[in-house]
Design a protein around this ligand. Structure first.
Ligand code: URP
Ligand code: ZN
Ligand code: ZN
Length: 480
């Protein structure tokens, strides 16, 4: 048998196994896994290396048009599909799922068409879109969403905060009801909008406008309450729910409690909550704005609680929540060099650093094994968002999306080694062990020798199947 490409001599890890094997690839797919393979038109010697499924980053924001009033305050995202996907690939990720946002008054179908225009010809790796619903009108609920879900947009996100995005409980139930009918999976941004506004008003009245006040206005109970309410709404509607960017132990406990009641609740966290703290918002000269995201990073106790959640299986997925705003007048500081926290764009970059940070802090430090690393960073996202078994594993018939890692390589993260278009990284100066050296997407080498090897535009849009969270009707029964 001959192959287009053989990756030989490496240690292959999936979410289930770690084995010494060669991988044969033809026409962009994995066609053989065996102890020894020969006959590759091209071969890669992976001796001493780990051969892992390419990462899937299922929470990233790219080229997202901003609505006035979204905390971003008109700031422009620095990464579109080109630089975002290139940066992702250099970090060992081979699939991205960013967000197509429906702004108020806009048709969701029009938003999807616009987002396709933004992506086409740009991405270097494959991609799908989640749909953010900010205006669930009768036409959206009755016609547009059912049609889009049937066309393969099977994941939605709704917000419980941000002036331009927040939905009432009733509106969330309306979206959940459509998700139940059409078997879509809903992600929720769980923070209590009213409490945040009340606290922010009081902080402002006290003259507290510095970056740290951002975190003070969004304390952990705000997230805990919203998480509890979100899972209650999901219970009433009978849908599985993904609680995204969980920042500490309290909301994670809400997930545990919901699961103990038989609900299907999926938990996501991000490297910033494992590695940064609220104290980082105190950096001088407004530099604290560089780590301003929502929910905010918490404290070391929250970090430990999240690691416990990763270790005990409560956390299912780790994504970046890459929200690429530069530290300048187009991005974070659009409202001025001393902008009050309410006028600083929320979000931090992290597409390229997600996997090296999780590998180093998780696998190298002995908190998780390799299989769990693969599950958290790739396979679980593929299953949850309807991309499995095509993506997220190394198996016969799967797309040949593979990252070859040097598990010993030590790298100090500096913004000038990254490939995003953001002028900083919140992880500047952190040393990691383990780095993806060669990245293969559908059989094409896209990153090798520290350089991009493929053309932007080769990435393909993928429709999504029904989420694994719906298997066996795990949403439960609706209340009525
Ligand atoms: O601060 C954040 N997380 N910005 C990105 C948007 C979101 O809510 O995920
Ligand atoms: Zn969010
Ligand atoms: Zn996000």
């Amino acid at each position: 048998m001959t192959f287009d490409l053989v990756i030989s001599g490496g240690t292959v890890a999936t979410a289930a196994d770690v084995v010494r094997a060669d991988v044969g690839i033809t026409d962009g797919r994995i066609v053989a896994i065996a102890e020894r393979l020969s006959g590759g038109a091209r071969s890669i010697d992976a001796s001493g290396r780990l051969v892992l499924p390419g990462g899937i980053d299922a929470h990233c924001h790219l080229d997202q048009p901003q609505a006035p009033g979204l905390a971003a305050n008109g700031a422009v995202m620095a990464d579109g599909f080109r630089t975002g996907s290139i940066s992702a690939a250099f970090g060992g990720t081979t699939t991205i799922v960013p967000f197509c946002v429906q702004h108020r008054g806009q048709s969701v179908t029009a938003a999807v068409e616009d987002y396709h225009r933004r992506a086409t010809g740009e991405a270097v790796i494959d991609y799908a879109f989640h749909l953010i619903i900010s205006d669930p009108t009768p036409a959206v609920l009755g016609q547009e969403l059912p049609a889009l879900i049937r066309r393969g947009h099977t994941s939605l996100k709704v917000y419980m905060t941000y002036d331009a995005m927040v939905l009432s409980d009733r509106q969330i139930l309306d979206v959940f009801a459509v998700a139940r009918e059409e078997r879509a999976i809903v992600m929720i941004h769980a923070e209590n909008h009213e409490i945040i506004a009340w606290l922010a008003d009081r902080l402002e009245a006290q003259g507290r406008t510095e970056p740290r006040a951002h975190a003070t206005s969004r304390p952990l109970p705000v997230e805990r309450e919203a998480t509890h309410r979100a899972v209650t709404l999901a219970e009433i509607a009978g849908v599985p729910l993904v609680v995204v960017h969980i920042s500490g132990g309290d909301p994670l406990d809400e997930v545990r409690r919901a699961r103990s009641r038989g609900l299907t609740v999926i938990a996501e966290t991000c490297p910033q909550y494992l590695l940064l703290t609220e104290g980082d918002l105190d950096a001088p000269d407004m530099e604290g704005a560089k780590v301003m995201c929502s929910p905010p990073p918490r404290d070391t106790a929250a970090q430990s609680a999240l690691w416990r959640g990763i270790e005990d299986g409560t956390v299912d997925i780790v994504n970046s929540d890459h929200a690429p705003y530069r530290f300048d007048r187009d991005g974070k500081l659009r409202a001025g060099a001393r902008a009050p926290f309410r006028k600083v764009a929320n979000g931090i970059p992290g597409l390229e650093t997600r996997l090296p940070l999780l590998f180093s802090e998780g696998v190298v430090k002995g908190r998780i094994d390799l299989q769990r690393f693969v599950a958290l960073s790739s396979t679980n996202n593929a299953r949850l968002y309807g991309l499995h078994p095509r993506k997220g594993t190394i198996a016969i018939g799967a797309d040949a999306d593979i990252a070859i890692w040097d598990p010993e390589k030590r790298v100090t993260i500096r913004n000038d080694i990254l490939h995003h278009n953001v002028d900083y990284t919140p992880f500047e100066g952190m040393e990691v062990q383990g780095w993806p050296e060669i990245v293969v997407s559908r059989g094409d080498v896209v990153v090798a020798d520290g350089a991009l090897q493929a053309a932007a535009g080769r990435g393909r849009f993928m429709t999504q199947a029904v989420s694994s969270a719906w298997a066996g009707e795990r949403g439960g029964k609706p209340w009525i």
